[in-house]
Ligand binder design. Structure first.
Ligand SMILES: CC(C)CCC[C@@H](C)[C@H]1CC[C@H]2[C@@H]3CC=C4C[C@@H](O)CC[C@]4(C)[C@H]3CC[C@]12C
Length: 896
């Protein structure tokens, strides 16, 4: 019979599973013990749009793991009984943007949830995916029988066919999560036990101490500056009273990190003292000076000798011979024996093996008063060390618990989600926000935008997706092409091999561009900036006080970043000269894929957010195109781009929304990319794949693109192209990451061409008369890790040459002072300037609002496309003005 930890209180009757009946044949190995678990939180949003909150009203975030640590007091036993295996069919949502669900066979065993198409496949080990359920944020929707699991790298949307099955899975998932968690905790305790007792703590403590000392001022200020501020909450906080109360309570209870590190430092000093005492004792007893390693060796030798107890040590009777070395070491420093003298210890009844070990270490005859004194000192210090470590452990455990509670509470999650979304969306402050007092620049007001930009808040679940869920539910096992199917990866392997063996085509673009190949300064290391810390430190705070250090930025803005999608325009040059429409489409497709190649290197920094009216031109004689872009809207942020050459015209306006799933953020772009080829009068348009920032809060961040991209030629229906960006499998090796495959279909839907490969390595088409590698990305410079992961092309974007200085409008990003300072490595100054730039933008908006004016973009105008969507089109004036009369002679906005 399975037992459940006593602290797990009966669950909300709303979510409580009905008693299981033996007729639930979908499961095997189910044990039928009644299970209880804690009520979960509602995922509804207090600040989201009404549509959103309506959609997510029935969602609850399970906090079944929340109180587990409470019982982790030393000595308490954890329930480690293995819950029964649970298996059966569930519906699994197809990967975005494919709609609908497929039926998949799932098996939950020892906390690992695996799935495949059939039970036979699972048996044969042919898995489609697997996940450690204890690492996932679990949300449930009882009404629609849905369970979502977000493990950062991996995201499952599941749905049961009946309420009974839903509850069985829910129950079992909770049980398995608890099991995994307890199992992990046992290991953790073992480690802590070992650490808190042995001399081996010394190096560990050292590192911790050093780490804290090395903590940069920014980070330190995040933690220590905060408390005093919280005691007088800023006015804007009133909009989130529960959040504020919770956070204040949490923070007031949270131990000052300084206090904990002081404890650690003290502990370290005590350990050093202990080491000296032991050494002195050893000398006193006539031994040679011993090192830590000697000591450890001697202990382990003693430990080994326990296997064959010596005759004279009859005191071993009754002890297990399997005593571990850790216990032996631990006992050595904590044994009560040490507080008395060793000779009395000899006569006394045997307390523990460590006593024995200790007596073996010391000289039984050398019981001089000085030695006795040393023994006592060692014992006292050891006890002090142990007590310090214990209290540190307790502090950390309780803080962690509070942190977890804070995180699982719906308001905080919501709030954090919005902040994260804002962080990744690069929007700016609204005029309503007050200026913040003492801290460096921020994206503060961007958050504000999120509060009222109803469309943009999609923190928990996409309302659209939910609406389509129901309709997509079917019992039929579908085969999705963004799901890794067999054959799929084999095809990619082949494409990959072909790409690799294809000779590197000499680039038609001259590589010696005369432009700079290095940046003025390497990128500042921002790994110390804990995004989590920033977000937590700002939850419920006056949003204009939120500081985002400029060290999170790369020295390019989003307008420049979007122009990186034009790095491989030679593909369009080729396309414009191919008569065959199908082959032409292959090149257009390769171009659309090439715009994603940067993602393997660019996950550590975010681009600057352009201010309203900021422009960026990229005049590339070497590549034969000229690009102009402008930030045309602030709310929501929209960047409009337009490029033209004799071979093509390219335009897009970028808007996107974020979905935050607990560990990862999905960036879903709306807005089509457009390319027209003059020779054949084609106008291609396509959607963008989803870009997902996995593990957004941690240093293990990485980017992935997935979903289906469809390219249509609005001028002719002769062919269309479908490209799948395949979501990587959780367990897959790096080799199969970034898979992409596509087909060109004729009017009748028949496949004319196939191509594929990896979006960071290249694309091969094997159906052309001569199969060939269509595209390979340029080589990354060797020193890219030092320079923000920038390619050579990216390094050229922000270069300000003397001739450019004279012709660019003052609104061009290259003149943006904060970005320039960052590029030069002057992070502090950049921080200050960024604040000023943003402040100026705010002032300008305030002024315009006062005058009742609206910002009118200078080079783009709003229009409707053929499908009736709102688009921003180039008004054709930029290059003309540049030439005549020249921007030096026009009225320009003063942005910074
Ligand atoms: C916390 C911070 C430092 C993490 C870094 C976030 C980075 C990786 C995020 C922030 C903003 C994001 C960009 C926002 C908008 C777009 C436009 C879209 O059409 C393609 C993806 C792209 C270009 C995103 C790529 C990833 C991105 C650059």
């Amino acid at each position: 019979m399975q037992r459940y930890p006593h602290h797990i209180v009966p669950m909300d009757p709303q979510v409580c599973p009905p008693p299981l009946s033996s007729s639930q044949s979908v499961m095997s190995g189910l044990d039928k013990s009644p299970v209880t678990f804690k009520p979960s939180h509602s995922r509804s949003s207090s600040t989201g749009s009404s549509k959103n909150s309506k959609q997510s009203r029935h969602w609850e975030v399970m906090d079944d793991l929340q109180n587990l640590d409470m019982c982790s007091v030393p000595g308490s036993t954890l329930d480690l009984s293995i819950p029964g295996i649970c298996e059966g069919y569930l519906m699994k949502r197809r990967k975005y943007p494919l709609k609908g669900w497929h039926k998949r066979y799932f098996m939950l065993e020892k906390g690992i949830l695996k799935y495949s198409k059939t039970p036979q496949d699972i048996q044969r080990g042919k898995l489609h995916g697997s996940m450690d359920v204890s690492l996932a944020v679990m949300s449930v929707n009882k009404k629609s029988k849905r369970i979502d699991l977000d493990a950062g790298d991996n995201l499952y949307h599941l749905k049961a066919k009946s309420h009974d099955i839903f509850y069985i899975w829910l129950t079992k998932l909770c049980a398995h999560r608890v099991f995994r968690k307890n199992e992990a905790m046992t290991v953790q305790r073992g480690v802590l036990h070992a650490l808190s007792m042995g001399q081996s703590t010394l190096p560990a403590m050292n590192t911790l101490g050093q780490q804290h000392r090395a903590m940069p001022p920014y980070y330190a200020s995040c933690t220590s500056v905060y408390l005093p501020e919280m005691t007088s909450p800023a006015p804007a906080v009133a909009s989130h009273p529960e959040v504020t109360n919770k956070v204040s309570a949490w923070l007031q209870q949270t131990h000052d990190i300084d206090a904990t590190s002081n404890d650690l430092a003290r502990c370290q000093a005590e350990l050093t003292e202990l080491a000296h005492l032991i050494q002195r004792l050893h000398w006193l007893e006539g031994g040679m000076p011993i090192t830590d390693t000697d000591l450890e060796m001697r202990i382990s030798m003693q430990n080994l000798s326990l296997e064959k107890p010596k005759k004279k040590t009859g005191r071993l009777v009754g002890h297990s011979r399997t005593l571990s070395r850790v216990e032996a070491m631990g006992g050595m420093f904590t044994s009560s024996h040490l507080s008395t003298n060793s000779s009395s210890g000899l006569g006394a009844s045997v307390q523990s093996i460590p006593d024995y070990v200790y007596s073996q270490l010391s000289n039984p005859h050398g019981t001089s008063p000085e030695a006795k004194k040393l023994h006592q000192d060692i014992c006292t210090v050891s006890q002090r060390v142990h007590a310090s470590l214990k209290s540190i452990h307790e502090v950390l455990t309780s803080d962690r618990e509070r942190l977890k509670q804070a995180w699982t509470s719906p308001e905080l999650r919501q709030n954090t989600s919005q902040q994260l979304a804002a962080l990744c969306t690069l929007s700016q402050r609204t005029p309503s926000m007050g200026r913040h007092s003492h801290r460096a620049p921020s994206v503060a007001d961007s958050m504000a935008e999120y509060f009222d930009a109803s469309e943009v808040i999609v923190c928990e679940t996409s309302s659209e997706a939910e609406a389509s869920d129901e309709s997509g539910l079917s019992d039929i096992t579908t085969t999705s092409n963004s799901e890794p199917e067999e054959g799929h990866s084999t095809a990619t392997l082949n494409y990959r091999a072909s790409v690799n063996s294809a000779p590197d085509q000499p680039s038609p673009v001259p590589t010696d561009t005369g432009r700079r190949t290095v940046l003025p300064a390497p990128g500042a290391d921002n790994s110390h900036i804990g995004i989590m810390t920033i977000l937590y430190n700002n939850i419920g705070k006056d949003l204009s006080r939120v500081s985002m250090p400029v060290a999170l930025n790369e020295p390019v803005c989003l307008l420049q970043r979007l122009s990186e999608e034009l790095e491989y325009t030679e593909l369009l040059d080729i396309a414009n000269h191919i008569d065959d429409p199908y082959e032409r489409m292959v090149y257009v497709a390769a171009f659309s894929i090439s715009g994603y190649a940067w993602a393997s290197w660019r996950y550590r920094y975010k681009p600057f957010n352009p201010v309203l009216g900021e422009t960026y031109e990229s005049y590339r004689e070497d590549r034969g195109f000229q690009y102009i872009s402008e930030q045309v809207s602030h709310h929501p942020p929209i960047s409009a781009c337009h490029a033209e050459s004799e071979n093509f015209t390219f335009w897009q306006d970028q808007r996107w929304k974020n979905k935050f799933w607990g560990k990862s953020v999905e960036i879903i772009s709306s807005g089509q990319v457009n390319v027209s080829l003059p020779k054949y009068g084609d106008h291609y348009e396509w959607n963008k794949a989803v870009t997902c920032i996995h593990n957004v809060l941690s240093q293990q961040r990485w980017l992935e693109h997935y979903g289906e991209v469809v390219i249509r030629n609005t001028k002719s229906d002769a062919c269309t192209c479908k490209i799948s960006f395949v979501k990587s499998r959780y367990w897959s090796s790096d080799n199969s990451k970034n898979e992409v495959q596509g087909v060109v279909l004729d009017r009748a839907g028949e496949v004319v061409h196939r191509f594929g490969g990896l979006w960071h390595e290249g694309i091969f088409c094997d159906t052309l008369p001569t199969p060939k590698c269509i595209w390979k990305p340029n080589m990354q410079p060797d020193d890219h890790a030092d320079f923000y992961g920038f390619s050579r092309y990216a390094r050229e974007l922000n270069e300000l040459t003397p001739d450019l200085k004279d012709v660019l409008p003052p609104t061009d990003t290259r003149f943006r002072p904060d970005q320039r300072l960052l590029e030069e490595g002057k992070v502090m100054e950049a921080d200050k300037r960024k604040d000023e730039v943003e402040e100026k933008q705010r002032e300008r908006r305030k002024e315009m609002a006062k005058r009742g004016e609206e910002h009118i973009p200078r080079f783009f105008r709003k229009a409707l496309d053929e499908a009736g969507r709102e688009v921003w089109l180039y008004n054709g004036t930029y290059w003309k003005l540049r030439k005549e009369p020249g921007f030096a002679n026009t009225d320009n906005l003063d942005l910074w």
